[in-house]
Design a protein around this ligand. Structure first.
Ligand code: SF4
Length: 259
């Protein structure tokens, strides 16, 4: 059974050919040093929050990274409710959840899951320097899939669920001190039905592409998405830098991925 994460759903919706290269053929694209540094900081923050939730000592980690220390203390000062476990019946960081859907296996890892008798909240830590807009996050497959899976795998009605993104590294305009910001997204029966429909559409598309046994469709020539795509040369869209694409193996060199 093929696994589908939120990232894979986003890729499939963004461009089927890019999904094919990235997921089915495991073609990787070297990240820029700036992106790598940002990702590593994000990983450290997630690990810190996990260790904290598990009751493991975090002082040595904080002593070695003052920015982590500042972000955590700002978050604790600004959002004490995040750390208040009163009334919770379940709380777990890095909580894994999965669900069989058609012939696929939907999966997700919640940074933090909090359950009360009458409601549930998924918390996600974001370590970008700027917050994302509510509208964008509402449409994002991470939000949609995570809430959908929680509704399907628990007895809570959709309107008792919410997902809260915490942008922990956002700087305040006046001082260089981080001023964490949150974006809270509620859920509803209508949103649940819409996600179900979109999942059916997307998974059916994937099933059809796989059954055809042909290269997955590309986007039309001139699409904006191709301009920044690392597979542009391979796709004969001509925008990508040769240095990036030349690091990718040719299709013939890639072992078949069992599906
Ligand atoms: S270049 Fe365009 S068509 Fe090709 S994979 Fe990238 S986004 Fe898709």
């Amino acid at each position: 059974m093929l696994r589908l994460s939120q990232g894979q759903l986003s890729l499939l919706e963004y461009c089927p050919r890019r999904y094919q290269h990235t997921i089915l053929e495991s073609l990787s694209v070297p990240a820029s040093p700036e992106l790598l540094t940002a990702q590593q900081w994000g990983d450290r923050f997630h690990l810190l929050m996990q260790q904290r939730e598990m009751g493991l000592p975090i002082d040595p980690v904080l002593e070695a990274d003052t920015e982590l220390q500042t972000c955590l203390s700002q978050l604790q000062a600004q959002a004490p409710q995040l750390f208040d476990t009163t009334g919770e019946i379940f709380r777990q960081s890095e909580h894994e959840r999965s669900l069989t859907f058609q012939d696929y296996w939907l999966t997700g890892v919640y940074d933090l899951l909090r359950l009360w008798r009458d409601r549930a909240e998924i918390v996600d830590w974001k370590t970008y320097l700027k917050p994302q807009k509510q509208q964008h996050l509402q449409r994002d497959w991470q939000t949609r899939l995570y809430l959908y899976m929680l509704a399907e795998t628990t007895d809570y009605p959709p309107d008792a669920l919410a997902m809260t993104y915490w942008f922990v590294r956002v700087e305040s305009p006046d001082t260089p001190t981080p001023a964490p910001q949150q974006v809270r997204i509620g859920y509803s029966a209508a949103a649940h039905r819409q996600t179900q429909k979109d999942l059916e559409r997307l998974t059916q598309k994937l099933t059809d592409f796989l059954a055809m046994g042909l290269p997955f469709p590309q986007l039309p020539v001139g699409s904006d998405q191709c301009a920044n795509c690392p597979f542009a040369v391979r796709c004969q869209r001509g925008f990508a830098q040769e240095t990036v694409v030349s690091t990718l193996p040719s299709l013939d060199e890639i072992e078949e991925v069992p599906i």
